[in-house]
Design a protein around this ligand. Structure first.
Ligand code: ZN
Ligand code: ZN
Length: 411
């Protein structure tokens, strides 16, 4: 017997390093995870360098690797992927950027890089789209809200370059720097000039917007400036369906991940109530996954909250969220005829509050899969398993083999 369907469940940033506040254990070790443990017990386990040993992955490059698209060949920056994720259709020649709504004070200094983690910015983005005018530079743009304080911008027009600096000062208390060309090329200079104009006009539109007047009246930081970074042109991706012969969907709250899914041709399934944070409606995500599998061969599900807790350095919170994940994913372990793959895209250790290159746990469980002796899903236990240490880019090949879709190499 071989499974025909595949669930790739990515627990974003779930793995960690020893945490002093957990007595030297990791959040995965301290969390009670009967479902993940059962999957580990019934499957084959290992650890995985999503990109390569010692390479700290971004969520974007890691997910490309997990889907079998080597980032060194396919990655053209986060901006175009994020733009796709917000619903902008990136055509060849368009330059995409990822953006944050942020707050500046009367002196123009950044006081909150996330504008109080504002959400529901659609009205603001719509006003920017309607009122900012770049036509005298021969440039058109699309500006769309993403999840939370995030947004994306895509520029199109003659002679635009993509190598420009960012206006994100990366810290508070300073004025956002102007954009600059990173190469001595007219295209990059034009893009930098256009972005400076965009930000100046957008700031005027946003400062006067009723949503921000209302926020000021409530003592909340207004979203009165757009910080822009990660510019890049969309590359060409061989469609997932052609590459693997599998139809597929992606379920995630983060627009970056849905953007990656979309560019490789996965259907993005929006799920109401999912936020990409620890308050996300995980049950709704799991139900949507099971629904999609009735039609699709492959579903990529990303659950983001553990990464956020890692970035915040809250080991206890991370461990508690892992227990919520564990309870929510129980129905995925019951799907018949299905290869269930659980892994992380990278580690997000609470001690460094960022991604690290520590290899991530991975387990594959389904009909016909060899079973090893691992009985607990954590960084240490899975390292004893039968998969040993694999590369992220090899995961899809292993999956194809296990569902009998792989072709023989040789006679
Ligand atoms: Zn991630
Ligand atoms: Zn992260």
């Amino acid at each position: 017997m071989t499974a025909h369907k595949v669930i790739l469940l990515v627990l974003d940033g779930v793995s960690d390093r020893p945490c002093p506040e957990l007595g030297g254990k990791t959040p995965l070790q301290t969390a009670r995870t009967p479902v993940l443990d059962r999957i580990a017990r019934e499957g084959i386990c290992g650890i995985m360098d999503t990109i390569g040993p010692g390479i700290r992955p971004g969520s974007d490059t890691a997910h490309l690797a997990l889907l079998g698209y080597p980032p060194e060949q396919y990655y053209t920056g986060r901006g175009p992927l994020e733009a796709e994720g917000t619903g902008i259709h990136m055509k060849p020649g368009m330059i995409g950027f990822r953006c944050n709504y942020a707050t500046v004070d009367a002196d123009g200094k950044v006081t909150d890089r996330r504008a109080g983690r504002i959400h529901d910015t659609d009205a603001l983005s719509k006003a920017v789209q309607e009122q900012v005018d770049l036509s005298r530079f021969g440039v058109e743009f699309v500006f769309r809200s993403g999840a939370g304080h995030r947004a994306a911008l895509a520029l199109s027009g003659e002679g635009l370059g993509q190598c420009v600096s960012s206006n994100d000062p990366k810290k508070e208390g300073v004025v956002p720097p102007e954009f600059d060309a990173l190469r001595d090329r007219p295209g990059d200079e034009k893009t930098a000039f256009v972005l400076n104009e965009f930000v100046a006009q957008a700031t005027r539109v946003l400062s006067n917007h009723p949503v921000n007047q209302e926020r000021l009246a409530q003592g909340l930081p207004p979203a009165n400036v757009v910080l822009i970074r990660g510019g890049g042109e969309m590359g060409h991706f061989e469609p997932f369906k052609e590459r693997y012969g599998l139809s597929g969907s992606v379920i995630c709250a983060a627009s970056l991940i849905s953007g990656i899914g979309k560019v490789v041709g996965l259907r993005h399934v929006p799920v109401p109530g999912t936020t990409g944070s620890i308050n996300s409606d995980l049950d709704a995500k799991v139900a949507a996954t099971i629904r999609e599998l009735q039609e699709q061969d492959f579903v990529l599900v990303n659950i983001k909250g553990a990464d956020e807790a890692g970035h915040d350095g809250h080991a206890g919170e991370k461990s508690a969220f892992i227990e919520r994940i564990d309870a929510a994913i129980a129905p995925l372990a019951e799907v018949p005829d299905c290869l269930l793959v659980v892994c992380a895209d990278h580690s997000t250790p609470c001690t460094i509050k960022d991604h690290s290159a520590d290899p991530v746990p991975v387990v594959i469980r389904g009909d016909g899969v060899r079973v090893d002796r691992v009985s607990h899903f954590d960084e240490y236990a899975v390292a004893e398993g039968g998969l040993h240490r694999i590369h992220g880019c090899d995961l899809m090949s292993i999956i194809e083999d296990l569902i009998n879709k792989a072709h023989k190499y040789g006679a």
